[in-house]
Design a protein around this ligand. Structure first.
Ligand code: 6GP
Length: 829
């Protein structure tokens, strides 16, 4: 079948009742109307750009109608609302997903085709909001999609960064960061709300006063004010007429709204101030799984949290209910500790502005907030110096002291025979430079703390937050991550979606467990053949892209082995490249041995200040240059680094991958979500027993996944016994040869020390990520893969079994668990 036939099939609404409500006008007509009346451009001569923005506005109209209906309903039904606070969102491109959700893809196709344009080409040029780093931000966007599709009364809240995550270029093998000016053309996907404007204070002084009852009160005044302006992004549910929104705050200069400042005579000075105020929402911090200790970062956190709490309180006050109803009508989910300053902020509002007692205010907070942890890396747990807090947020620091005083008093009372416990759980560290531990604040101030995979939650219980488990035994719970099947199957893998819908019906798009039915088709030869054809189509598409971007021809029948994710030592891209070098050596040494051709594909960004991660990128590119140009190995081995990995590139890679590399040191990856996307699309996972790999194995079956290496307990035991990489180096000659090559000028002619830091990190000082410890097991797993891939029937069966077993990893399941187990909210559809 032709691709257009697939599309036709998929775009049929599930049944007539679910068809989008008919409007009087067609999408195309509305788009033309908007070209003239909203864009102010001639609509008799259409360009691609005009068509794009016209379409965007026409689609937006349809979403707005639903959105305003839905908002009215929340109000009328007095629904309990969820506030999902996240410093990062990674929605990916909007147009295709929104068309699909509304069932308008065909209409858009037709409109464009009649005018000589193509939807695919237009979408290729759509700009992508990179308002997040990696897993945490993408998870937030998958969850927004599922909330809308489930029909939950929910709001996302974050920051409208002017510059998203940097654009990565590779020059001479090295990462070069370029600004990501994603708004250079403006965007109609954001709806600015210049009248939704709240002042946010920094610095200033706290004054004390006595109220009528003789209670000491506080008033935070002075300092600098910045305005937070709302911008809304609409999030449609999948064909259910439900539309939610994500509110992104943009910093605006306060001075612009104070007329007197224009009379001051210091024009340049006031412009200066405007610039520094706007800095707050200027740029996303490019660190992932690592904290950023800069003042501006804390300013960003408080800025968006203060505006969000203001918004929530404003909405609640309209209901005219007593304050103790606040947590009955609202729940706030903190995505990591980044927004945890919301806890003292709400305390401040309730104490200082609404004049509640401490007990009342604290009762409300503890019933309102829930916290998700996303990392166990000790260096990634956020802390801020008391000194900075006291300067920037003096009132909040007072409140944190008081929360801590009361909390520790309680701990002392209940754990009398553990004199060390209070200092271990304290919100503030001891020592000459005391710091506020944001995770402790989040735990103490929340009614729920959750990890993101079974293993991760267990590690939180056993190690990271062990002391808190005894203090708050009921507070900790697990919510294994999930990914949205709309973007990560239906949208990114059209051929396979078509095949699935033909055999299972369309219901899987919103009920992913229906994929279980695939198990019955595994033995149908024709089905397996079609499955393989779908995969091949996707691989060819990726091969074309590689040819175009990297100028390298890859064989679509080779194994596409992919590792794409942020660069971090714990994710062990190094382990992967070490193995590739040894493969290269083997082919050169034994050219007579026939080998299954392999294409190794890497992608991902390194934090600009993370030297080692950038060195690893450089190493991969240097190895690629050498390997790809060697006539002896060219037909068997290709190494590709795809620059500027982002959501769109992931959508291209995921459906074309045979082997998904998920090889973090056991105990380090909280969950992983890339692993889910790949397996859902029929890739086989090559992974360690880490994060949600373990749960994936349970669901797809041990025979359909390649697990290798030390498990979490073995990593701990080995560390305790003493890990000696030199011992491995001495005893494994193949590996030694690889390491010696890295420590020479083999890949960087004339520069033998280019990778000595990598060599040293692996061998000296006891590499905490124990790369060499897992090396042999990793090589053996690869051998099994190469062997089994050749048996096409076996491999395709395994591929189908992966997709069949992945229903559990839908973000719809995760969101249902959150809403029943934590939020206590129900859909309003
Ligand atoms: C990531 C975790 O590293 C990843 O394992 C997990 O799947 C993802 O969060 C979603 O839960 N963590 C971050 O991106 C991060 O910045 C502070 O953690």
């Amino acid at each position: 079948k032709e691709v257009k036939d697939y599309l036709r099939l998929l775009d049929k609404p599930l049944d007539e009742s679910e068809a989008p409500e008919a409007r009087n006008s067609a999408l195309g007509e509305d788009a033309l109307w908007h070209v003239l009346y909203s864009l102010g451009q001639d609509n008799t001569h259409l360009t691609e750009r005009k068509c794009y923005w016209g379409l965007v506005l026409a689609v937006r109209d349809r979403m707005l109608e639903k959105w305003s209906e839905v908002q009215r309903r929340y109000y009328k039904n007095d629904d309990k609302r969820l506030y999902y606070l996240s410093l990062e969102f990674l929605p990916g491109k909007f147009l295709r997903g929104n068309l699909l959700a509304l069932g308008l893809e065909n209409e858009a196709h037709e409109f464009l085709r009649e005018r000589g344009f193509s939807l695919d080409e237009i979408i290729a040029k759509e700009c992508e909001p990179g308002l997040g780093n990696g897993g945490l931000g993408r998870l937030a966007s998958c969850y927004m999609d599922s909330m809308a599709t489930y029909g939950l009364p929910a709001y996302g809240y974050g920051i409208r960064y002017s510059y998203g995550l940097f654009r990565q270029e590779i020059r001479n093998g090295q990462q070069v960061e370029q600004p990501d000016n994603w708004l250079h053309e403006g965007t109609h996907w954001l709806i600015p709300r210049p009248y939704k404007l709240y002042p946010v204070r920094f610095y200033g002084t706290v004054y004390e006063w006595l109220d009528d009852n003789g209670i000491l009160r506080h008033d935070w005044r002075g300092g600098d004010l910045v305005m937070a302006m709302a911008n809304d992004v609409l999030v449609p549910g999948y064909r259910n007429g439900h539309v939610n929104s994500v509110r992104l705050w943009e910093a605006r200069p306060h001075k612009e709204f104070v007329l007197s400042s224009f009379n001051a005579g210091d024009y340049i000075g006031s412009v200066q101030e405007k610039i520094s105020d706007e800095n707050i929402s200027m740029v996303l911090y490019p660190s992932d799984d690592a904290p950023e200790g800069k003042t501006l970062r804390l300013k960003q956190q408080y800025f968006f949290v203060a505006a969000t709490m203001h918004d929530m309180v404003r909405r609640f006050k309209k209901l005219n209910k007593p304050w103790d109803q606040l947590p009955e009508k609202n729940v706030v989910q903190l995505n990591e500790t980044h927004p945890s300053i919301a806890i003292p902020e709400l305390m401040r509002i309730l104490l200082d502005e609404e004049l509640l007692s401490w007990e009342e205010a604290w009762y409300i907070c503890q019933k309102l907030f829930a916290y998700t942890n996303h990392t166990v890396l000790p260096e990634a747990l956020e802390t801020w110096t008391v000194e900075l807090m006291e300067q920037l947020l003096p009132r909040h620091m007072q409140i944190i002291y008081e929360i801590n005083r009361r909390f520790l008093e309680d701990v002392r009372l209940h754990f009398r025979d553990e004199p060390d416990l209070p200092s271990r759980v304290s919100l503030i560290t001891a020592g000459p430079e005391p710091r506020v531990r944001m995770s402790h604040l989040a735990i103490v101030g929340s009614f729920s703390v959750n990890g993101v995979s079974a293993l991760h939650t267990q590690i939180l219980r056993d190690r990271v937050f062990h002391d808190f488990i005894r203090i708050f035994p009921d507070r900790f719970n697990n919510k294994t991550n999930g990914v949205t099947p709309r973007r990560w199957l239906r949208q990114c893998n059209v051929p396979l979606s078509w095949l699935l819908s033909e055999h299972l019906g369309c219901g899987w798009v919103t009920d992913l467990n229906q994929l279980e039915k695939l198990r019955e088709l595994v033995d149908v030869e024709e089905f397996r053949h079609d499955w393989e054809q779908c995969r091949l189509t996707n691989k060819k598409r990726l091969a074309d892209y590689i040819e175009k971007m990297n100028g390298i021809t890859v064989n679509p029948h080779s194994i596409f082995d992919v590792q794409v994710k942020r660069f971090h030592e714990y994710k062990r891209q190094l382990l992967n490249i070490l193995h590739i070098i040894s493969l290269y050596n083997n082919i050169r040494k034994k050219p007579e041995v026939k080998m299954q051709p392999c294409t190794f594909i890497f992608g991902g960004k390194a934090a600009p200040s993370y030297r080692m991660a950038k060195d690893i990128i450089y190493l991969i590119n240097c190895v690629a240059r050498r390997v790809n140009s060697d006539p002896h190995t060219r037909n068997f081995l290709k190494v590709i680094f795809l620059a500027n990995y982002n959501v769109s590139l992931a959508q291209l890679l995921v459906p074309a991958t045979d082997v998904s590399e998920q090889i973090s040191t056991a105990g380090y990856e909280a969950s992983g979500t890339g692993n889910m996307k790949f397996a859902l699309n029929g890739a086989l996972t090559l992974g360690t027993r880490d994060g949600s790999n373990i749960e994936i194995a349970e669901r797809v079956g041990d025979g359909n996944i390649y697990l290798f290496g030390l498990c979490e307990q073995e990593v701990i035991d080995l560390r305790r016994r003493g890990y000696d990489p030199w011992d491995i180096y001495k005893n494994d000659s193949e590996l030694r040869e690889v390491l010696d090559m890295i420590n020479s000028d083999q890949f960087t002619p004339g520069d033998p020390t280019a990778f000595s830091s990598i060599f040293n990190s692996l061998l000296s000082g006891g590499d905490p990520f124990m790369i060499l410890a897992d090396y042999r097991a990793y090589v053996e797993a690869h051998k099994r893969i190469a062997h089994e891939y050749v048996d096409r029937e076996l491999w395709i069966k395994k591929s189908i079994m992966n997709t069949a077993g992945m229903g559990f990893f839908s973000s719809d399941r995760a969101i249902k668990e959150y809403s029943e187990g934590i939020w206590d909210i129900a859909p309003d559809v």
